[in-house]
Design a protein around this ligand. Structure first.
Ligand SMILES: *Cc1c(COP(=O)(O)O)cnc(C)c1O
Length: 395
């Protein structure tokens, strides 16, 4: 049995109609997570579909240029569909199949989780419906086409600001009407129990591989691990296997958008307070009445007004530190990594790269930083061009 709470955070704050569905998932998860056959099947999927293990890449040029700690990049950008999201989707889809579910629903922001889910749904012959904010549908037309190409149905969510938080709310609403044959495949370590635990268990492969790889290459543990935090799944994925190693510092990087002192950011730990939303107790950006505030980051993957309850807990006990990085700084790191290593990172991951660039300079040459390169940046090239005022011809 897995804990439902992380300190005071987590829990299951949902309507009665969903409790049964959550208990059904929790029971199935508890049954399969330690089942050797399930583990073997998942390992095969990681290898054959996701292209795991992902490389631990020594960023030699960056290291030389910064003149401090050695920087390694965990190349989740090389996974099939271009980010860490596929790890979790494979795990939950396999679980849904074991449960005899025929339909998958999910939420998506920029479309990364929706594309990963539609991809695996096609492979598993599952019906798939993706909820996406109206605003995001317009901004990410290519990903909408991609999901439809893969056979998924994309449903526009017009309520609220027409973005990720509204897509999550609508997916929950829809789920209450069809819990019998439908599985809700959550994209990050957010929502009611068991999702935060389950998604972590399917992402922890990242940190397990890192420990093995770094011990093989360097013969010692890293001094620091850095990852960007939206809901927090890539960060918990790389942190989890190091939480007990107290000499390894853990840094989660939040989106500061235009700056934490403006109204345009998504820095939940830096600026948020404790509340209840989307079925969990955690930290949220909310007004004094508990109304969730609109958030902003140029990176759609970090543009969420909450954070996974486990991060709220790790922050509270001081085991991990959460640091805001702005759009401007992320764009600087986006260009830096492109030119220094020939790697175009996701704009989300560029937030982590920026912090690592500064951290490396303050550390010694025999020390090591591992950065989780959560995704590739092809999807962001247009937006960065726009940010820089470069005009690219559309059709
Ligand atoms: C979705 C996404 C994120 C943010 O989600 P987390 O759950 O915080 O990991 C970060 N990077 C990439 C590339 C993403 O697609």
């Amino acid at each position: 049995m897995m804990n439902k709470k992380f300190g005071e955070f987590g829990g299951q704050y949902v309507p009665e109609t969903l409790m049964e569905a959550l208990i059904e998932i929790e029971n199935a998860f508890n049954k399969y997570i330690d089942d050797p056959l399930f583990k073997k099947e998942l390992e095969k999927l990681y290898e054959n579909v996701a292209n795991r293990p992902s490389k631990l890449y020594f960023a030699s040029e960056m290291t030389k240029d910064l003149g401090g700690a050695k920087i390694y990049l965990k190349r989740e950008d090389l996974n099939y569909t271009g980010s860490h999201k596929i790890n979790n989707v494979l795990g939950q889809m396999l679980l849904a199949k074991k449960m005899g579910k025929k339909r998958i629903i999910c939420e998506t922001g920029a479309g990364q989780h929706g594309v990963a889910t539609a991809t695996v749904a096609a492979l598993f012959k599952m019906e798939c419906q993706v909820f996406m904010g109206k605003e995001d549908i317009q901004r990410q037309a290519l990903n909408v086409f991609r999901m439809e190409l893969l056979g998924a149905k994309v449903t526009s969510v017009d309520s609220g600001t027409g973005t990720l938080k509204d897509a999550v709310s609508e997916a929950f609403r829809q789920w209450t009407r069809e819990v019998d044959d439908t599985y809700y495949l959550m994209g990050s370590i957010v929502g009611p129990h068991p999702y935060p635990v389950m998604v972590r268990e399917f992402q922890k492969i990242i940190g397990e591989e890192v420990k093995e790889q770094i011990l093989l290459i360097e013969g010692k543990m890293p001094e620091a691990i850095v990852a960007c935090v939206g809901g927090g799944s890539n960060a918990i994925g790389i942190f989890h296997n190091f939480i007990k190693d107290v000499n390894v510092k853990l840094f989660g990087i939040e989106a500061a958008g235009s700056g934490v002192d403006t109204d345009f950011h998504a820095a939940t730990i830096s600026k948020g307070s404790t509340g209840i939303f989307h079925g969990m107790k955690s930290k949220f950006l909310q007004d004094k009445y508990g109304k969730i505030m609109p958030v902003y980051s140029m990176s759609a993957g970090l543009d969420y007004p909450g954070i996974g309850p486990e991060h709220a807990y790790l922050s509270e006990i001081g085991r991990a530190q959460y640091i805001p990085v702005t759009d401007k700084e992320a764009v600087e790191a986006f260009e830096y990594l492109s030119q220094m290593e020939g790697i175009i990172p996701a704009i989300e991951s560029a937030h982590a790269i920026y912090y690592a660039m500064n951290l490396a300079k303050q550390m010694d040459k025999d020390q090591i930083i591992v950065v989780n390169l959560s995704g590739r940046g092809d999807k962001d090239v247009n937006q960065v061009a726009k940010y820089k005022g470069v005009k690219i011809n559309e059709q």
